[in-house]
Design a protein around this ligand. Structure first.
Ligand SMILES: [Zn+2]
Length: 872
């Protein structure tokens, strides 16, 4: 799955949501002893009534005789149930446990050991909660679509809904005569009836797979067809968006061919469909052979899409495709090892895309992803990659940057240590060994250790089982032509305040490869296993202690060494610059370095030609403006920012040529946003935005988003009305819709902020998009105060619209952008009175982020004032 904070229902099922709030589903594991081998599933959705009928036969094997069988079911009305074994067929009594989300079938005579079949008829609802078998709407009609991961297959059919219970699936659907259906298997028949006005579509049996990978889609979807290595591939959408499917299809064709070779195992399914779904909670979902997507991440016209959207589409398609091997073919035994799915897919996604579009510099992208993980991992409330989970709410909360970006970063570090080809072989061997089965974390690292003959197990174990990230404090000296680097490792905690936690953290050590780059030669790598170790590298000069930024650790340099690295020859790579900026920022946040060290480093890199580097530092300079500089200091700091960054903008030009490279336009966009309070920049952006409204071809697609946002920041009601008209009009492409939609959250005028807040809760905004708008408003200093007041005031309506499972945790997470202890207290008190167990971890992390920000302000204010005074 690809994450996306955004989700959930409109009016429906308030009762159910309330019951979830007061009694969190405590779904324990199934008792075991009964193993499914095949499901034969028949569905008859009724789009008008928003319900469906189901018939199901489950072939099972009993390990011992049993008079009752328990499986999962939720929001399902079970009709007749029979159980058949060698001795005959018996009717079963059905007992439902709503809290555990289970159904128990009890028969008079114990079912004998060995094979048996369970026949079930039932009905369910096509819900508005974007989970299970649910309802989507577009173009004045309804669709029935599905999202089973993590624990929602049980809402579509009674099932052994745990990832280790793999089985084959024979699926058929009876649907309206004019509609089509898509599922995991290839379509094998399409026959009229049997009911009037219907036809029945049957799909080929699937290979063994987990219940969370079942896909069902019904509606008027249309597809563009292609193929790769004899696998038929289609990209499908609602009919109005068929024209936007070619780019994703080209990406998928290249990627299937690439992965077939890379993994050394052919794509495991008979066909591949990729479908854009109008209402979709996550970013995308890797259902076996039938991948579903949020439209924004799939449907784009290559010629008019920004580089950001093109990259997103290619990377997310690659992520979901990688899952066909990592997750679908080999599946984690339980959700505590979700990293085996998500970390691998995140790591693998960059491979085909880097080969396809080298100009996108995905090595730099990987370094930026590691920074996302570190941002969470420096909190005391972070979690270990392997975390015990049992309830659906706990399972839902571990789809986070630890499972995705941290794991990908750790895998990248091990890959750099053992060498890419050895690592690829280890991965391939692991997939081969566990194909169609299940594996746990140690199965992976033991296989990698065997294949590479290096202590991968020790490295992986120390990073998977322990929370947090190590920081290496380094001091280096030149000794007869070589650099001697002493490194001391400890856990980095950005908010050290409680002594007990600090002691626990201090006891942690990791086994990690450290690669040092001195002169221009190859990095020298050593496995660090001790708390303190001295390493040697040939040559002297400023030593980069995280060569190529492949290590998952922070480095604490002496402040002088930071300045030397920024200007060293040969220059640091772009990935290394991102790593250095990230490290230095965290030293500032933790109070280990003064803020001036970071700002001087940022200024030295103002003209950086890599968009990701510039974006990174611009965000932090903006943070200093919002949360460190006080009202009295702000004008002087703005003057400093303009003096340092305006020349970089002038060098690329505010407008630029329509034919400029993607990189140039990305940098231009970032600089415009950083300098949005500059009156000339503001005025020019307004002109460009108006020009774009009148004639879209006048502006480079990559520049449109930033220009609209900068114009909005200084915009008035007249401009707001024009943006809103574009949001509410039928849109040519998802990207164009979201450009204007996102820009609504950038207006600073309080009256316009209020309008956007009201709009977010209106029926015009899909429940999948409301959290996006609320999160942006909560994150921006210009709107976060009124946005939080609105959220508190509208809380029951927000919970009802978004649902507690994905939308609400996203909003809670966004509260972490506040920066005062009063606000943290207020937020804590609010959620004490309005508890959301499904967002427990999100709340803990958000309040810790707020306290950390407030502490930065307190700690860095005096050094900031001194630094600023020295630069007036
Ligand atoms: Zn995923």
């Amino acid at each position: 799955m690809t994450r996306q904070h955004g989700v959930r229902p409109h009016q429906l099922l308030v009762v159910c949501l309330l019951s979830l709030v007061s009694f969190p589903a405590s779904a324990q594991r199934l008792p075991g002893g009964v193993t499914p081998t095949n499901y034969t599933l028949w569905f008859a959705p009724d789009l008008e009534k928003e319900t469906f009928r189901g018939r199901e036969t489950i072939a099972v094997t009993l390990a011992a005789p049993a008079a009752s069988i328990t499986l999962h079911a939720a929001e399902i009305t079970v009709g007749e149930v029979t159980v058949t074994d060698a001795a005959g067929t018996q009717s079963a009594r059905v007992t439902l446990d709503e809290q555990a989300e289970t159904a128990t079938f009890t028969v008079p005579r114990a079912v004998s050991k060995g094979p048996a079949t369970i026949d079930i008829t039932y009905t369910g609802i096509l819900n508005d909660k974007l989970r299970g078998f649910y309802l989507s709407r577009a173009n004045g009609r309804k669709y029935a679509v599905s999202q089973m991961e993590a624990t929602d297959a049980r809402r579509a059919f009674p099932s052994f809904d745990e990832p280790a219970y793999k089985a084959t699936f024979d699926i058929s659907l009876m649907i309206d005569a004019a509609d089509t259906a898509i599922s995991n298997g290839r379509q094998v028949s399409d026959t009229p009836g049997p009911e009037p006005g219907k036809h029945t579509v049957r799909f080929a049996p699937t290979p063994r797979m987990s219940t969370y990978l079942v896909a069902l889609l019904v509606g008027d979807f249309v597809c563009r067809s292609g193929s790769a290595d004899n696998t038929p591939i289609r990209v499908c959408a609602t009919p109005d968006k068929l024209g936007l499917t070619a780019f994703a299809l080209a990406a998928a064709e290249q990627q299937v061919t690439f992965f077939n070779k890379f993994f050394g195992i052919p794509y495991p399914y008979e066909k591949l469909d990729i479908i854009g779904v109008p209402d979709f909670a996550a970013g995308a979902m890797e259902n076996a052979g039938a991948i579903t997507f949020r439209e924004r991440l799939l449907l784009a016209d290559e010629a008019t899409a920004s580089v950001e959207v093109r990259t997103d589409v290619a990377r997310v398609v690659a992520h979901e495709l990688a899952h066909q091997w990592f997750g679908n073919l080999v599946t984690m035994k339980w959700w505590d090892d979700i990293w085996l799915n998500e970390g691998f897919a995140t790591w693998a996604a960059n491979k085909p895309v880097a080969a396809w579009k080298p100009e996108w510099r995905l090595d730099v992208g990987a370094a930026a992803e590691t920074q996302i993980a570190l941002g969470l991992d420096v909190l005391r409330s972070t979690r270990a990659i392997h975390t015990d989970v049992s309830t659906p709410a706990q399972i839902n909360e571990v789809f986070d940057p630890i499972a995705y970006e941290k794991t990908a970063g750790v895998l990248g570090m091990v890959e750099a240590y053992v060498g890419p080809e050895a690592f690829r072989k280890g991965v391939s061997s692991y997939l081969e060994k566990y194909a169609t089965g299940n594996a746990a974390g140690e199965d992976f690292w033991m296989e990698m250790t065997r294949v590479t003959e290096k202590p991968v197990n020790r490295i992986m174990k120390s990073f998977v089982d322990q929370p947090g990230a190590p920081v290496l404090s380094v001091s280096s000296r030149c000794v007869s032509g070589a650099t001697e680097v002493t490194v001391r490792q400890q856990r980095f905690v950005g908010t050290p305040d409680d002594a007990g936690a600090a002691r626990t953290a201090a006891a942690q050590t990791w086994t990690l490869p450290v690669c040092i780059k001195t002169g221009s030669g190859e990095p020298t790598c050593t496995l660090v296993t001790e708390r303190e170790q001295t390493l040697r590298a040939p040559g002297c000069g400023a030593a980069m202690v995280n060569a190529d930024a492949r290590g998952y650790y922070l480095t604490e340099y002496e402040p002088d060494a930071v300045a030397a690295l920024a200007t060293r020859t040969p220059a640091l790579t772009a990935a290394e610059r991102i790593s250095l900026l990230g490290d230095e920022w965290r030293m500032v946040r933790a109070g280990r370095h003064d803020i001036g060290t970071y700002l001087d480093l940022a200024a030295a890199l103002a003209g950086d030609e890599t968009p990701a580097v510039l974006k990174d530092l611009a965000g932090r300079v903006g943070y200093v403006m919002a949360f460190v500089a006080n009202a009295g200091e702000r004008p002087a700091f703005e003057t400093w920012v303009r003096a340092r960054f305006r020349p970089a903008l002038d060098a690329v030009g505010i407008t630029g040529g329509i034919g400029d490279s993607d990189d140039t336009n990305s940098r231009r966009g970032t600089l415009l946003q950083l300098l949005e309070s500059d009156p000339e920049v503001q005025q020019r952006a307004r002109g460009l935005a108006e020009g774009y409204l009148a004639a879209p071809a006048t502006l480079s697609p990559t520049l449109v988003g930033p220009v609209l946002q900068v114009a909005a920041a200084g915009g008035d009601a007249a401009l707001y009305d024009r943006f809103m008209a574009r949001v509410t009009a039928a849109s040519a492409s998802p990207e164009d819709y979201y450009r204007f939609f996102n820009a609504l959250a950038s207006f600073h005028d309080p009256a316009l902020v209020a309008r956007t807040l009201a709009f977010a809760m209106s029926p015009q905004v899909r429940s999948q998009d409301t959290p996006v708008l609320l999160s942006m408003l909560l994150a921006s200093p210009a709107s976060q105060g009124p946005a939080w007041a609105f959220v508190k005031d509208q809380w029951p309506a927000i919970v009802a619209k978004l649902g507690v499972f994905q939308g609400v945790p996203g909003v809670v997470n966004a509260l972490g952008a506040f920066c005062s202890t009063d606000r943290a207290t207020d937020i804590t008190a609010f959620f004490k009175a309005n508890p959301v167990p499904e967002a427990a971890r999100a709340l803990q992390q958000a309040t810790e982020r707020i306290s950390a920000c407030a502490a930065v302000d307190t700690r860095q204010s005096p050094p900031f004032a001194r630094w600023l005074a020295a630069r007036r």
